[in-house]
Design a protein around this ligand. Structure first.
Ligand code: PMP
Length: 353
């Protein structure tokens, strides 16, 4: 058909499954296994639905203000969106408009190449080293921008602040986006570098460490100049990206810092315990600082483990892609969920190995 010649054709990102099946153990999309802060739950129960008749605040001011106060920056340095996916997509659209390729790791969040294709941004991937670390020297070539997660996904490995700064320093003429979706589980944030680098954008999310994947709240912090350009694009696209309940509940989540800290430290404790148990079972993995572990087994193929777990109603993530096709990514759940995972693996490996 003639009209099809003018369709924007893209291969979409494939999100992890959200099976609607009672009793499953869901360790496939890095959600938080614990509920949102009590204040969020209370406010959600008391929400005035009459207010839903009105458009939400297009500037998301209360949430922007709460984030600015929490992170010690000016409100003009904060931008919020519908999950960090929305923030990242807006940032790609706003900042990556060069004819030079943008750079990101070969093993990384698999949405980056999808956005690059969608927005027709040329891109080049830089291979992680044998230990899954970013090689900062790769980011010294001419480029139209840089983006990488820290900690990286799906490896979980965190780079030091020195490595991050080395990359930014080598790229002062383009925008550098550091995707910190998992930073609250033991990574080091690049927020402290913002004073030095006007071209640095730090992206974070409420989906993992603040237990709010279902509300879709993400944000980024950068110089006022960067945030100004982002807002111009956002307001040229959709004035009301963030709905009213998400704006209100997001503020409540930020207020309860003690709850946030207890949830993240609980997940870190569980992660460290699971690392020891997986090692005993013959798994190897990069030393994750995120809320997941990217594990491969010394003798049993990743795909076989993924399928066996799935049959047992334990969902983890698997990619049939070069370099990563022998590993499964296991989200850290509750201690009880992880006990069931480990118990299953023990029995399965005794038979399969
Ligand atoms: N960045 C990375 C590295 C991720 O793994 C994810 C989760 N899929 C996101 C960003 C997006 O998360 P959200 O849109 O829920 O904030």
């Amino acid at each position: 058909m003639e009209w099809e010649n003018n369709v924007r054709k893209v291969v979409p990102y494939v999100a992890g499954e959200q099976p609607n099946k009672p009793g499953i153990i869901k360790l496939n999309t890095n959600e938080c296994p614990y509920p949102p802060a009590p204040g969020v739950q209370k406010l959600a129960a008391q929400m005035d639905c009459g207010a839903l008749r009105l458009y939400p605040d297009p500037n998301t001011a209360p949430l922007v203000d709460a984030l600015a106060e929490y992170y010690g920056v000016e409100p003009g340095q904060v931008f919020v969106g519908v999950g960090s996916d929305d923030v990242l997509a807006m940032a790609f659209m706003t900042f990556f408009n060069s004819s030079q390729p943008i750079l990101f790791p070969d093993v990384t969040y698999s949405f980056y190449d999808v956005w690059a294709e969608l927005f027709r941004i040329p891109y080049r991937t830089c291979a992680l080293d044998h230990d899954w670390h970013i090689r900062p020297e790769d980011y010294r070539q001419p480029n139209g921008g840089v983006v990488f997660p820290n900690p990286n996904a799906p490896t979980g490995l965190a780079e030091s602040l020195e490595t991050v700064e080395e990359i930014i320093q080598a790229n002062r003429d383009v925008v550098v986006i550091v995707d910190e979706a998992y930073v609250d589980f033991g990574g080091v944030s690049a927020l402290s570098l913002l004073e030095k680098y006007e071209n640095l954008l730090v992206v974070q999310t409420f989906s993992k460490s603040r237990s709010m994947a279902g509300l879709r709240v993400g944000f980024c912090i950068g110089s006022k100049k960067l945030i100004g350009y982002l807002n111009d694009v956002k307001f040229s696209f959709n004035s009301y990206t963030m709905n009213y309940p998400s704006q209100l509940l997001g503020v409540e989540a930020i207020r309860d810092d003690a709850y946030f800290k207890s949830v993240t430290s609980k997940i870190v404790d569980t992660r460290e315990r699971v690392k020891r148990e997986l090692t005993e079972l013959g798994f190897v993995f990069p030393d994750s600082r995120a809320n997941f572990i990217f594990a491969s087994h010394k003798t049993v193929p990743g795909e076989k483990i993924f399928k066996a777990l799935r049959e047992a109603d334990i969902y983890v993530r698997y990619w049939n892609k070069p370099r990563v096709d022998n590993s499964v990514r296991i989200t850290i759940g509750t201690d009880q969920q992880m006990d069931r995972l480990i118990a299953f693996l023990k029995g399965f490996l005794a038979e399969a190995g």
